[in-house]
Each structure stands twice: as structure tokens, then as C-alpha cells.
Design a protein around this ligand. Structure first.
Ligand code: IPM
Ligand code: MG
Length: 353
């Protein structure tokens, strides 16, 4: 198994180093893992003048899976748009055809008090957002800023081909089948034609999954319901931009965005795995970031790309174990628990493994 390791910017290298420790334990036990590191994002720009250097893309194409840290930082904000770190991320998603983005939101019982919602609203929360990742207003043409009638206008195009909706629908129904068999498709079909098509295709695909109960919700209501009563959801599926927004909202239900992994998969379950949080420039280099989302991303790599559920469970259990020992990085620390650094947390997971 060849893994391309792309630490990226900010806290990326610190958290990825902890996930690599976990992979090294598995390798020492005999797993055949090869890891190679390459720059992406601002680090790619610094190394090769490109947020997705050719060599990084080539390595990622040839790998079975990609482990990514985070991209972005204030020092890159003034660059031309095509050179910005975020573009590297968007391009690698597109180039590798990673159209299905899985973003779980799971509450660890011990962290209930870290959620900003009342414990009974979020206790035992376990929801999965499936976000379409390579279409929508993120990639639709035309796009740009130009002068019309003597003033500047900015424009983007929200666009989905039915084949794009269909393939992510199949992924979402497949995941719902393995979970609570309830799928909520989120759209804005009361206003947008693009959403109208989305909804029609969801209904068509649902015929292949008679056991799954499909519902539809407008995105504004979904945002409200996620805060009001998140446990009504089991699996959600939505387009790129709605999923971007809703998945950040959902992440906070679980107390810390530092706990949540993600998987971005192509047609063959090859994938890129990354924490859903960003590069956190404010705490970079302080050895205080939470590495658990990245370590849990390795668990998702085992679950979805390597189809090794036992190892995935084992990594997830090691994380549960350190949480129940009371070890906390500062983002999830509360009175009475033990504050640890990023690398101490990584060591603790290795020990628990
Ligand atoms: C995410 C991020 C990215 C996105 C940014 C960094 C381009 O917010 O992965 O959710 O908008 O997709
Ligand atoms: Mg986002």
C-alpha cells in the first residue's frame, strides 16, 4: 500500500507526524506500507511555485491513498487566486476525481461538555454527511469578475450534470444502507433549478435502495435542524457548497473540529484522507494542535480504501481509549482532565494501539 503523505501548511506537518507514527506502528507489525512525502498548498508554492506541484500530483496519482494535513496561511493570502493554497486542494480533488466526501460527526460521550449545545441534544450523536466534492458552484463555468455597464460584477455558475448527482447518490445510499437506512438529501429546490434536478435524480436513484428511507430538506431548514435537533439525522447527502457549510456546522456539535476526520473517494474507493479542520496559523509550531482528527483519518483510510475494518476499528478504539484516559489537547480540555501536547497525544495513541 503506497501512501502519499502531504503535510501542507500551518499545523499540517505537526498533526500528520502523529498520524505517521500510527502508520509506522502498523508497518512494524508487518503491514506493507510505503510512505512518501510531498508538498502541497503554500508549501507547494514555496517549493515549486505551484500549490499543487506536478511531482506531488504524480505521486498522489500513483499512490493507493493520500494523507493530507491542511493547507493555507495568511502569508499566502495576497497571491494571485490560481497560486493560493486552497487552489491546490481543489485541484487535487478534481484531478483525482474525488467526488464523494464523507464527513462524519460523532460525539464522544466524554466530550459532551465541550459541545456548545446541551448534552441531551448531542449525546450519542452519530451522523454522516456525504458532500459532493468536484462539481457545483466550486467548478461551474463561466466564472469570473468583469465589468458590465460600467461596474464590476462577480459571477459563478451552480451546475450539476445528472451523472454527477447519480454517482454521489449511489455512494450516499450505500453508506445509509450500512448505517441507519435513513438518508436526507439537502437542496434548495424551492429556488434553484440545479437543486430541482438534484432532487429528481435522488428520487430516481432511491428506487434501487427500497430499504432506505429518503427525505428531502431545504438547506436553510437543514442548517436550523442541525442545531435544533441533530439526532434526527442519520446520513445526509448534499452538493459541494451546501456540504461545505453544513459540515462545519455539524462539526461543532461534536465539541471540537479537531476531532473529525474526512474521506474523499473516487469511483474505486481510492481516496484522500484529511482532518476537516484547517491549518490553524494561530497555533502553528506550538505543539498544541489536536492530532486526533488526522489519526482518525488514517482509520477512515483503512475502512474505505484498504477495506481493512479490523485495523480501522483498532485505530478508532485507540483514540477512544486515550479520550477515556482523560488526555486532552487544549481545544478539548476541560477542568479535571489532563492537558497534553500534540506529540504527547500521538504517543498516547501509539501506546493504546
Ligand atoms: C473544506 C474547505 C475547503 C472547501 C477550502 C479550504 C477550499 O473549507 O474542505 O471544507 O471549501 O472545500
Ligand atoms: Mg469547509
Amino acid at each position: 500500500m503506497k501512501i502519499a503523505v502531504l503535510p501542507g501548511d500551518g499545523i499540517g506537518p505537526e498533526i500528520v507526524a502523529q498520524a505517521v507514527k500510527v502508520l509506522e506502528v502498523l508497518r512494524a507489525e508487518g503491514a506493507k506500507i510505503e510512505m512518501e512525502t510531498a508538498p502541497i498548498g503554500g508549501a507547494g508554492y514555496d517549493a515549486a511555485g505551484d500549490p499543487l506541484p506536478d511531482a506531488t500530483l504524480k505521486l498522489s496519482r500513483e499512490a493507493d491513498a493520500v494523507l493530507l494535513g491542511a493547507v493555507g496561511g495568511p502569508q499566502y493570502d495576497a497571491l494571485d487566486r490560481p497560486l493560493r493554497p486552497e487552489r491546490g486542494l481543489l485541484r487535487i480533488r478534481k484531478e483525482l476525481n474525488l467526488f464523494a466526501n464523507l464527513r462524519p460527526a460523532l460525539l464522544y460521550p466524554e466530550l459532551a461538555s465541550a459541545s456548545s449545545l446541551k448534552p441531551d441534544v448531542v449525546s450519542n450523536l452519530d451522523l454522516m454527511i456525504v458532500r459532493e466534492l468536484t462539481g457545483d458552484v466550486y467548478f461551474g463555468q463561466p466564472r469570473g469578475i468583469e465589468v458590465r455597464n460600467g461596474e464590476r460584477v462577480g459571477f459563478n455558475t451552480m451546475l450539476y450534470a445528472e451523472s454527477e448527482v447519480r454517482r454521489v447518490a449511489h455512494v450516499a445510499f450505500g453508506i445509509a444502507m450500512k448505517r441507519g437506512k435513513k438518508l436526507c438529501s439537502v437542496d434548495k429546490a424551492n429556488v434553484l433549478e440545479c437543486s430541482e434536478l438534484w432532487k429528481e435524480v435522488m428520487i430516481e436513484v432511491s428506487k434501487d435502495y427500497p430499504e432506505v428511507e429518503l427525505s428531502h430538506m431545504y438547506v436553510d431548514n437543514a442548517a436550523m435542524q442541525l442545531i435544533r435537533a441533530p439526532k434526527q439525522f442519520d446520513t445526509m447527502v448534499t452538493g459541494n457548497i451546501f456540504g461545505d457549510i453544513l459540515s462545519d456546522a455539524a462539526s461543532m456539535l461534536s465539541g471540537s473540529i479537531g476531532m473529525l476526520p474526512s474521506a474523499s473517494l473516487d469511483e474505486n474507493n481510492k481516496g484522500m484522507f484529511e482532518p476537516i479542520h484547517g491549518s490553524a496559523p494561530d497555533i502553528t509550531g506550538k505543539n498544541m494542535a489536536n492530532p486526533l482528527a488526522t489519526i482518525l483519518s488514517v482509520a477512515m483510510m483503512y475502512r474505505y480504501t484498504f477495506a481493512d475494518l479490523a485495523t480501522a476499528d483498532r485505530i478508532e478504539n485507540a483514540v477512544k481509549n486515550v479520550i477515556s484516559q482523560g488526555l486532552r489537547t487544549s481545544d478539548i480540555w476541560t477542568d479535571g482532565t489532563q492537558k497534553v501536547s500534540c506529540s504527547e497525544m500521538g504517543d498516547a495513541v501509539v501506546k493504546a494501539l
